[in-house]
Design a protein around this ligand. Structure first.
Ligand code: ADP
Length: 152
């Protein structure tokens, strides 16, 4: 890694580093997945949010652990419900592109009070369809910051 980063270079890191350098794999499910199976995925994949996609991996929604808690509390039928009824739906999902800066991703997560963002690419000739190519979380950013700091 790069040695002896000065103060200026470190603050520049936020703006210079693209999301694609720190993003992780998107854990995805489809809209017909039941609440029961979504909860199992959260545990098996060890994530806090699941990204909902169609057959072609286009973004259709996102579901967090609190969304799942809320629907299951006091509702015996909830486990068999499709995630479609619980998720935050497109176009309400906040996203970033691989070329956006880490700063932009961090800014969006703080501003919208969310823990993760799907990383998406626009599809040619279908402007409303966003292809999911990854996921960026607050943890990804903190880890990358620690790496930069320990290289300094
Ligand atoms: P949790 O609520 O489990 O702590 P979040 O803070 O990430 O997780 O999610 C809060 C709410 O925002 C949930 O209702 C979730 O569906 C929604 N949400 C999560 N990520 C996004 C996103 N990238 N864009 C829009 N809404 C989101």
């Amino acid at each position: 890694g790069k040695k002896n980063l000065n103060r200026l270079e470190r603050s520049d890191w936020w703006h210079r580093t693209p999301v694609k350098d720190i993003q992780g794999v998107a854990v995805t499910i489809d809209a017909t997945t039941t609440v029961n199976d979504a909860v199992i995925s959260l545990f098996l994949e060890d994530v806090g949010t699941l990204i909902v996609v169609d057959e072609e991996h286009h973004l259709t929604g996102i579901v967090s652990r609190k969304d799942l808690l809320k629907v299951t509390l006091g509702n015996a039928q909830a486990a068999s419900m499709p995630i479609q009824l619980v998720m935050t739906k497109q176009p309400k999902v906040t996203t970033v592109t691989p070329e956006d800066s880490v700063y932009e991703a961090a800014r969006k997560m703080i501003y919208y009070q969310i823990d993760s963002l799907p990383v998406v690419k626009e599809t040619d000739n279908k402007p409303n369809l966003l292809k999911v190519v990854g996921r960026v979380t607050k943890t990804n950013i903190v880890k990358a910051l620690i790496e930069v700091e320990s290289e300094a």
